[in-house]
Design a protein around this ligand. Structure first.
Ligand SMILES: CC(C)(COP(=O)(O)OP(=O)(O)OC[C@H]1O[C@@H](n2cnc3c(N)ncnc32)[C@H](O)[C@@H]1OP(=O)(O)O)[C@@H](O)C(=O)NCCC(=O)NCCS
Length: 192
């Protein structure tokens, strides 16, 4: 006799410092896995310099974890700080605070475990981040996407602002700055 399918349970919570080892592991797996299909092997290795755990997001309590049936499936967050992307080890961080209503909040450090991609984890985290930023008075969000992240953000209503490359890892890694208005979620008002 066929067994009834058990419902999949997604839960979310804010990450704490105790989660940081697990965050390193999921980010490493996501860079080696889903991101690697968009880049050359040299670009994947260079990406590790400009991606990874930003413990400031954890201490700010703006970094979400998604668990599916109790297993860490993805992570990502938002920020009230100027730093646009990168981990604790990435040069050029600017931790000064943004101003709600004037500056765009950031979406930061989105990673889904390879075995949980294309199940809505990324989209769920983007929605949580937008809701949190809106509740603190931000009317716009901007982010810097990898080539692996761009399809998720396009599907979430973000529009391209500019393309550029970051060569601080020794090889030029293509990136795209994107933005979305939180005033009207049905229509993006990106600059381009
Ligand atoms: C980017 C990433 C977080 C997406 O996570 P995800 O949980 O798989 O995303 P979702 O399942 O919520 O995808 C939502 C939509 O985005 C789009 N999308 C996501 N990944 C895509 C891909 N690889 N190819 C095409 N479209 C994609 C689709 O429209 C998708 O909807 P669908 O599955 O119904 O077609 C994940 O691929 C990842 O960890 N990549 C490596 C790390 C990285 O580059 N992070 C981005 C930093 S900016």
């Amino acid at each position: 006799m066929a067994r009834a399918l058990q419902p999949v349970t997604h839960t979310h919570r804010l990450a704490t410092e105790a989660d940081i080892p697990a965050l390193h592991a999921i980010m490493d797996a996501a860079i080696s896995g889903p991101l690697s299909t968009f880049l050359t092997p040299a670009q994947v290795e260079a990406s590790r310099m400009i991606m990874g755990v930003d413990s400031q997001l954890v201490s700010d309590r703006t970094y979400f974890l998604i668990e599916i049936d109790g297993v860490l499936a993805g992570c990502g967050g938002w920020s009230r700080r100027i730093t646009e992307y990168g981990g604790d080890h990435t040069p050029g961080r600017v931790p000064a605070l943004l101003t709600p209503g004037i500056d765009a909040a950031r979406i930061r450090a989105m990673y889904t475990a390879p075995e949980f991609t294309r199940q809505g984890v990324g989209r769920l985290i983007v929605g949580l981040c937008e809701e949190a930023a809106r509740s603190e008075g931000y009317s716009r969000v901007e982010l810097v996407a990898t080539m692996g992240g761009e399809p998720l953000y396009r599907a979430s209503g973000y529009r391209e602002i500019e393309r550029f490359a970051d060569d601080r890892g020794g090889v030029a890694v293509p990136l795209v700055r994107m933005g979305k208005s939180l005033k009207d979620t049905s229509a993006d008002v990106g600059k381009t």
